[in-house]
Design a protein around this ligand. Structure first.
Ligand SMILES: Nc1ncnc2c1ncn2[C@@H]1O[C@H](COP(=O)(O)OP(=O)(O)OP(=O)(O)O)[C@@H](O)[C@H]1O
Length: 726
């Protein structure tokens, strides 16, 4: 065994040296060609090609590949070793082509989809299905041109029935810093299916915490850019993520995959920009304060479908707006003939004909513009019939005044004005009273008050933007080739239906986890709220059940909360990576809450291997108070309060509801007791989010009693009290 490992290592070292020598040779040649800066188009194209190759080779120089797959195509008599890297390149002279294969190439999919077994393996090539046998799957770690690790996860010759998790477990055991990383060397078969799914489909992915949803979505973008390079461009793709700090946290993955220019925004920032509204995120903070900062122990607030967030995100509200906009079409035309001067009349029937028949294909604002321009042209024709210069002058003046007056009789096609009318927040309203009564009373009253005070809330952005898209022609440049929505359980059906107008071919990747639906006062409660928006043939649903982030003990602990608190049967399946038991520590075994948390942070942060440790509290107020207490000993302790645009890593303290999407080597969950987490599904979801942030260690502190969802099922995965030597 040791001998075969030795020989594999030596073989790969030789191959690596050969590959690096080839890269150096190609780079030397390419850099010796003077960069072309002239105006000849053909030369410019050639230069662009050289530059692309230079960049690819520079990128490959340090880590040319990470995997090898030996494959023998049916009907061929030899095995071919395929070396797979982040960037593919060919040899310049004759030899195997390509020398390194891009991970996104069709044949490279075998590296991910092959899970072992006797059956023939296959992949979809442009010329059709290719079948054959896999003989070897080898993972390698190369850092700065040094071969650090060779790990055969499948070897037909040694009779292994299935691909092993050994390399994956090694990778998962690594510690995390302040940025999410690419997983290109260990993408799993279930994830690969999503990454390589066809472009023009709305993919809806339910994935348990830590199943790689965010990571997979980012890899999918890189794949789409490669596979559909003739049809999509990076700047026409967008990722919507929950907040600016999270965007910073994920910002390294795409550059690591060699992809730039993809827009990464929060929905609110993007929508406000489309509407030309100033937006600073202040409203989001207020919404969080309302829902999460309430007095704990008295239970969290309850929501209903009539709450303004749920109602304004509903298709019911969207339909009401659609009806109103159609009614606006009928109500738009002033019921008047147009008389530019006495004796000249343009009949209202003629104007109606232009508006309702001739210009019907245009959106309302454009139709208004067109009709008014047409009226102006008619006036000019009529003016030509004037008997004298003096009369012409007189008529011109009069016509100009009357055209203006006539235009003013049309409704103002401005989203905010129309929206205010919908809520009775402006003087006039053209909508039937009975329709407006469909809006739940409380939502009506609060929104009216807010709009009158000039306050536009996050939940108003979707309807406002919808009205805008119905009024104005959508600039083709604003259409996306693909849209990714992360944490989609916090999106509303109305938001998705709106975004569908902005994306070609329903090309969506929509990912989320209903068990983490802590913003259920605005988000979806079941995926069919979203899937029902798309025709059957335009959508696909995937479930990711394996959780990669945490140790088995932490995942099993999370499953207890899912089962007993969230009451979900979508439990997570762990990868076989064992760690310490989850630690339950009642306050007071040390010296009291503050001293206990201090001691825990001291212990975990002094473990040299952990780069990120966090304390999670139930509310922001508690996080801020604790931060103040602890900052003397840890000046670097970072309070995450929702207002920051960057994530620093290291030591953090934050309320549990802001931890969604992030991960830490170790998590200290403060105040996990029946007072802070009531016996309610929502509270259990919050706790689930918090506990599943931990990769390697999870410590929970409580006063008196654990929350109801943790009253049983903990025996084999938890330990109570302090560890020895802490
Ligand atoms: N195939 C994989 N190989 C190695 N690491 C992986 C793999 N899939 C996921 N991971 C790791 O698991 C962790 C969780 O990934 P990610 O944050 O994308 O999951 P998520 O489903 O979006 O999580 P959550 O919903 O809990 O925020 C990350 O550290 C990621 O690198």
């Amino acid at each position: 065994m040791a001998d075969s490992f030795q020989s594999a290592y030596q073989e790969e070292e030789r191959k690596l040296n050969e590959t690096i020598a080839e890269i150096d040779r190609q780079l030397d040649r390419l850099t010796s060609i003077p960069v072309y800066t002239g105006h000849d188009f053909t030369e410019q194209v050639l230069e662009a090609g050289r530059e692309e190759r230079r960049q690819a080779l520079f990128k490959s120089q340090a880590e040319p590949y990470f995997g090898r797959l030996d494959f023998q195509e049916s009907g061929k008599d030899a095995q071919t070793p395929l070396y797979i890297g982040k960037v593919g390149f060919d040899r310049e002279t004759a030899g195997e082509h390509p020398m390194v294969m891009d991970w996104r190439a069709p044949a490279a999919s075998l590296f991910y989809s092959f899970t072992g077994g006797e059956d023939l393996a296959s992949y979809e090539a442009p010329e059709g299905l290719v079948e054959g046998r896999v003989y070897l799957k080898r993972n390698m770690v190369i850092r700065k041109q040094i071969l650090e690790r060779v790990s055969d996860t499948y070897n037909r010759d040694s009779g292994g029935p299935a691909v092993t998790d050994e390399f994956l477990v090694y990778r998962l055991g690594e510690n995390k810093d302040n940025k999410l990383r690419d997983i290109v060397s260990t993408i799993q078969a279930e994830q690969d299916k999503i990454i390589r799914a066809a472009k023009n489909t709305a993919l809806i992915i339910q994935g348990v915490a830590g199943s790689g949803k965010t990571t997979v979505a980012l890899h999918r973008l890189a794949f789409l850019l490669y596979q559909y390079k003739e049809q999509v461009t990076a700047d026409k793709m967008i990722i919507f993520a929950p907040n600016r700090m999270f965007l910073d946290y994920i910002s390294n993955v795409l550059p690591e995959l060699g992809v730039g220019d993809i827009q990464q925004r929060t929905f609110e920032d993007w929508a406000a920009e489309q509407l030309d509204l100033p937006w600073n995120g202040e409203d989001t903070g207020k919404t969080f304060a309302y829902w999460f900062e309430t007095e704990t122990g008295q239970g969290t607030r309850e929501w209903s479908n009539n709450d303004s967030g749920r109602y304004k995100g509903s298709i019911t509200f969207m339909d009401l707006i659609t009806r109103c906009m159609e009614q606006l079409e009928d109500a738009s035309l002033p019921e008047l003939d147009f008389t530019p001067w006495d004796g000249a009349v343009l009949l209202k029937e003629q104007i109606q004909e232009w508006f309702q028949v001739e210009y019907k294909p245009y959106p309302l604002a454009k139709r208004k513009e067109r009709v008014l321009a047409r009226i102006h042209r008619w006036v000019e024709m009529e003016l030509k019939k004037s008997p004298s210069q003096a009369v012409l002058k007189e008529r011109k003046k009069k016509a100009s005044q009357r055209e203006k007056a006539y235009a003013n009789k049309w409704p103002k096609f401005d989203p905010l004005t129309l929206y205010k009318q919908l809520f009775g927040a402006s003087k006039s309203s053209i909508w039937p009273e009975a329709w407006l009564k469909e809006i739940p009373q409380e939502t009506m009253a609060v929104t009216r008050k807010n709009l009158k005070a000039g306050l536009i809330k996050e939940e108003d952005l979707t309807p406002l933007l919808y009205i805008q898209t119905m009024l104005h022609e959508m600039d083709g440049n604003l259409r996306f080739d693909h849209v990714v929505i992360d944490e989609a359980q916090d999106f509303s059906p109305f938001q998705i239906a709106l975004l569908d107008r902005y994306v070609r071919g329903h090309s969506f990747t929509i990912l989320g986890d209903l068990s983490q639906g802590i913003h259920a006062y605005k988000g979806v409660h079941a995926w069919d709220e979203l899937s029902s928006l798309f025709e059957e043939e335009h959508q696909a649903y995937f479930a990711l059940t394996t959780s990669y982030r945490s140790t088995m003990e932490i995942i099993e602990f999370g499953n207890v909360i899912l089962d007993q608190g969230v009451r979900s049967d979508l439990l997570a399946v762990p990868v076989f990576r064992s760690g310490d038991d989850v630690r339950l520590i009642p306050y007071g075994q040390g010296a009291g809450r503050e001293e206990d948390l201090r001691r825990a942070l001291r212990h975990l942060s002094s473990k040299g291997s952990y780069r990120t440790v966090s304390i999670l509290t139930r509310t922001l107020r508690e996080a801020a108070e604790l931060h103040e207490m602890l900052a003397g000993e840890w000046p670097e302790l970072n309070l995450i309060d929702g207002g920051k645009g960057t994530y620093q890593g290291g030591l953090s303290i934050l309320p549990v509801y802001l931890s969604k999407g992030l991960e830490f080597d170790a998590v200290i969950a403060a105040d996990v007791d029946a007072y802070h987490y009531a016996d309610k599904i929502w509270d259990a979801k919050l706790l689930y989010v918090g506990c599943t942030r931990a990769l390697h260690e999870l410590w929970l502190f409580y006063e008196d009693q654990l929350p109801a969802c943790l009253h049983s099922g903990l025996d084999d995965i938890t330990e109570t009290g302090w560890p020895e030597g802490s």
